[in-house]
Design a protein around this ligand. Sequence first.
Ligand code: BMX
Length: 287
Amino acid sequence: MMGGAGVLAIDLGGTKTLVALVEGSAVVGEATVPTERGDGPDRWLQAVFDAAAPWRGRFSGVGLAVTGFVRDGCWSAMNPATLGIPSNYPLLHQVEALFSLPAMAVNDAQAAAWGEHVLGAGEGEDLVFLTISTGVGGGIVSNGRLLGGLAGHFGLLAGEEDDTFLEERVSGRWMAAEAARRGHAADAREVFAQASSGEAWAREIVSASAGRVARLCRNIQLALDPPRIVLGGGIGLADGFIDAVSALMPPLGAVPPVALCRARLGVRAGILGVGDLARAAFSAPAR
Ligand code: BMX
């Protein structure tokens, strides 16, 4: 394989894309580019390619953690409201052609689950990871293995009030839409700022989202009984959110609620996770 010792790790989410040069378990270079929602995958990938220019020659493969579903190298949205990815976009083919290097891809939240398992809050133990962000994603590490496919896509569970996805009443997009419905022009960041300065409407929005996440955590505890649930994403890591979820965890009789903790790798969980997965994939003997 040509190139340097590192891996180019990319975390392409519904709002922003992190591009990083990862060597071993260290992020040695990093850039953030907005995911311009109207652009489409060819231009998102071109922006990544441009952002990685300073590190050309220092990586020998590309690992992608992407919002949406990846199967057989092709990429699709499950909820196009999170990001409008065309169905079965040939992601690996395009990335390998652009960089002239091997590439691998997984879902963003599954990559972050792996990152937290090997290097972060999981401390090497099994976990469920939830990212509360533009959408709501998740990943499961069980018996030391990352579950792939659809496993962990908790944001796409049926919502309780109607037949929309759960994430449609939890995510940063929902918070902004709910603020607008109540007559406040505020994105999710602003909703949190207003909530911490005591605005009742903003506190209600944070609390409604956190209550749904608390019920989700209880359902996850009943389904999988993980040692811990790790929360990440811009909303999950926002001031006060985990405390609000913990306070709203319904009791399970004598059984204490599952332990909740913050993603220790913060916004880097995805790039570190996919960096580790890519390194393993590229160093595997050729078949
Ligand atoms: C959505 C879904 C998941 C993703 C999650 C978080 C799409 C495009 N995405 O549920 O695959 O993991 O959002 O994504 O269907 P993020 O962009 O908010 O990080």
